[in-house]
Design a protein around this ligand. Sequence first.
Ligand code: IVH
Length: 719
Amino acid sequence: MSRVAKVVAALSVDEMTERQARAEHKRLADEIAHHDKLYHEKDDPEISDAEYDRLRQRLKAIEVKFPQLVDMFSPTQRVAPTPTTAFTKVRHSRPMLSLDNAFTDEELQGFFDRVRRGLERETDLKSDAEIALSCEAKIDGLSISLRYEDGLFVQGATRGDGTTGEDVTTNLKTIKDIPQKLKGKGVPKAFDVRGEVYMERKAFVELNVRQIAAGEKAYVNPRNTAAGSLRQLDPEITASRPLRFFAYAWGEAEPRAWKTHSEYLKLLKEWGFKTNPLTKLCRTADEVRTFYKRIGEERPSLPYDIDGVVYKVDRIDWQERLGFVSRAPRWAIAHKFPAEQARTRLNGINIQVGRTGALTPVAELEPINVGGVVVARATLHNADEIERLDVRVGDMVTIQRAGDVIPQVLGFVPDERPKNAKKYHFPTRCPCPLKTEVKAEEGGVVRRCSGGLECPFQQVERLRYFVSRNCFDIEGLGGTHIENFFNDVLLKVPGDIFRLKNKEAEIKKREGWGDLSVRNLLAAIDSRRTISLDRFINALGIPLIGEATAKILAQEYGDADTWLAEMLAAAKERKEHPDEVKKEKAGREVGLSYGRLCNVEQIGVTTADAMCAFFTEGHTVEIIKDLLKQLSVEAVQRRVIAADALLKDKIVVFTGELSSMTRDAAKARAEELGAKVTDSVSKKTSLVVVGENAGSKARKAAELGVQTMTEEEWVKLSS
Ligand code: IVH
């Protein structure tokens, strides 16, 4: 963030000028879009729900004070980002909406008032008439839509962006709470049942015990595990995960006989669904508040995570009168619980060394139950954070667990600071056996071990990354195994993994390994001897090069030999002309290979330099060449583009929902016409095709003056 942006971020909305509000609105919208992507597409959020909600609340507060800032691109005007996966897309018969949130009593009162005013305006409701609300615990899972035709389950889909989700029928069929055939009377002929897929806490903990025993990485929380389990390409994996389902809403329902929501919940049970027992029809605001309090008290002892209570106007004719505002119904609200907090003793601070040498301080806590989950460690982020919080070893600290992400330390309790509480001194040497010097990163808060590739802690982390899901994905060779094998010198570099078959006898002698598990492991390793170029590049763990960039590089260079030769040449040019290439863009003239690398879409000088630094370090090249001897890296099928192709050399971005074709089809067509399709908008983008409910990308295109067109115009152009 720039200095000015930081100042604005610290202002309260009341203090802002319109200009500041505009800048802050944009910053928040971009940040929300970023977190939406992590949450919805990767099932891997990096902030807590509470933090996310705070971003949205601030954005909304700005829009209330400066309504001129609301436009079609604001996150308040759309549901969620478009899904992108291998599953077939399903268009929902009726959109799957989201709920507005209330955090405070005033916000809740605001909802009651809006409902009453709305109904007084739309109906002949008397000012003292009761408005019954169906109040239900808000399950923290993922919503899905189940299609029943003549009482038979025919298709199930995730919510996706609310309009289009992903077809996960086969996986849903493995969930016992989802009836295949509905029983009883009055089932609508065409019927979408909606509800929440979730995982119970106990099952989540057990699954993690199994994961850890298998040497795999532990999952973060039940909700993301449930989401990840449902999006497995292999339904057997889904079947092995104990997923559950509660029904609570509907999409299309023809014919529909029920008149109230509470009546519907009863029918759902008759038809064979599970509904949440923590449900009550409340007739007054006081009853609602009492129910919220009760559920809040029960929350820690419930078998599953909940994050609030949902209130719905019970009468459906009234729901219809109240209608919707963009992404949420006016007749319902989610009354959220505050993030769960607890106090416990800070017993010590340990340092974790990451793959690229970053040192992260971790709080070692007296284990404590926070909302049903035992927490023994929490992140302290970095050295500056410890300074800022002024926490000392021995302190009583407040920690927060927000259902997801790693628990955080919020601060210490001054009254309970023991006399002997010790100030923590951030180490100046890496805790690894080499004890190399720790260096602060220029301009950043991160401190790094300077041992580079030689640091054994980093080596282990790199190997762990190498075998992880998005890289070589070697089943049965999890993080703990890697660490043990590394410590016992069974493997040191990635190539050793593929030589483990020479150590079969040694592995069999180890505790926890039998004939079968060793055989399975070696088979899993063998099955990965052929690998795609992008996975190969990603697995090397080059700083700043992730999954997406690895894909782009693979497209650009086509095969492993070319890529390696080009990277070596680029690194050499970069080394021989350190001064020229320092100047932005100068790289393009310095050398062919370095210039080519800088010019690859989404790379630029910083990433190119990180790549060159990586190839200049230690034994990198030997390690890669050794690895390549063990593998066959598949060449990328390059597209042959005619010289007169309509979109030759153009960079196209699709954003928003397309109604006449899928995103994949549109992409494929653009590529046929010679375009390169990317995900983010920059100065280099030639064209942005803007579908419905587009987000910040369309706005960015407008800001940068990049050409945009509607779906209709795109169809005309491309057909
Ligand atoms: S009703 C149009 N009822 O909360 C209303 N949602 O923040 C649609 N959720 O997407 C939702 N429990 O995933 C409703 N009893 C409940 C719920 C519930 C959990 C989730 C659902 C929804 C999200 C909105």
